[in-house]
Design a protein around this ligand. Structure first.
Ligand code: NAD
Length: 254
């Protein structure tokens, strides 16, 4: 039985009601965690925190650009002012620049790597320092992708960022294991969120190629990922670190 009572969870990129960040936050809140949400879109993420409070949970929110180092310090200070500790970090914020290499600009490439990979470095470094200062213990969960496991057309930049997240996670796991800080990556397949809708609108042929290779024959739902987030956040996962979890309807099993 997963119980997150007394734990404090910081979740980035949580502004969308139908996104993976809010799905994970909602499930963790229902299991007793105190929630701190951030996103580039400050008004929308505050609305999500209000949704959780209306459901009887503890939740606050703050605007944050996860690519900005100084803003991570401000977020840490705000979480500590509110709750006094950080037990769980979900590095969820991300963008998908799905461009074939003949089309992508250098600016798009750098933005992709900055939002999806630099952010995970900055957030992890902040959280592991804070968890160590608390005496150790904690769970860091990084949202990668199936595109961080296998090559996919149109995913050169996105896959590079998510593959980077995967191996970053494993290396850091070795450095913090003795402090009982766990860090794992989740690799969603195609989950129907706003990001997916934008990617589809942007590049329908890439979408058609991807959906054709899902053995379960459908997209996933945000709660399919949210449940994995909550499990990895919990003490039930206490012996799991440096691991990768594919949640994809069988997409990369082939
Ligand atoms: P989403 O677009 O619904 O949510 C992502 C959020 O990140 C948005 O609210 C956006 O405002 C925020 N964001 C973007 N840039 C930011 C920045 N610089 N600072 C702070 N916030 C920023 O996306 P989602 O589908 O919920 O995806 C969540 C994560 O899961 C992403 O890392 C994504 O790459 C990964 N993922 C999603 C899928 C999928 O099928 N939806 C598949 C694999 C991996």
């Amino acid at each position: 039985m997963i119980d997150l009572s007394g734990k404090v969870a910081l979740v980035t990129g949580a502004a969308s009601a139908g996104g993976l960040g809010f799905a994970g936050a909602s499930i963790m809140a229902a299991q007793g965690a105190s929630i701190f949400l951030t996103d580039l879109d400050g008004a929308a993420v505050e609305a999500r925190a209000a949704d959780l409070r209306a459901a009887g949970h503890k939740a606050v929110a703050m605007a944050q650009d996860v690519t900005d180092e100084a803003q991570w310090d401000a977020v840490r200070d705000a979480v500590l002012a509110e709750y006094g500790r950080i037990d769980i970090l979900v590095n969820n914020a991300g963008i998908a620049v799905l461009r074939h290499m003949s089309e992508i600009t250098a600016a798009e490439w750098h933005r992709q790597i900055s939002v999806n990979l630099d952010s995970v470095f900055l957030g992890t470094r902040m959280a592991m320092a804070q968890m160590r200062a608390q005496g150790g213990g904690g769970s860091i969960i990084n949202l990668s992708s199936v595109a961080g496991l296998i090559g996919l057309p149109g995913c050169g930049a996105y896959g590079a960022s998510k593959g980077g997240v995967r191996l970053f996670t494993k290396s850091v796991a070795l450095e913090v294991a003795a402090d009982n800080i766990r860090i794992n990556s989740i690799h969603p397949g195609m989950i129907m969120t706003d990001m997916q809708k934008v990617a589809i609108a942007d590049n329908k042929d890439v979408y058609d190629q991807l959906v054709a290779v899902i053995p379960m024959g459908r997209l996933g739902e945000p709660k399919d990922i949210g449940n994995m987030v909550a499990f990895l956040a919990s003490d039930e996962a206490r012996y799991i670190t440096g691991a990768e979890f594919t949640v994809d309807g069988g997409m990369v099993a082939q």
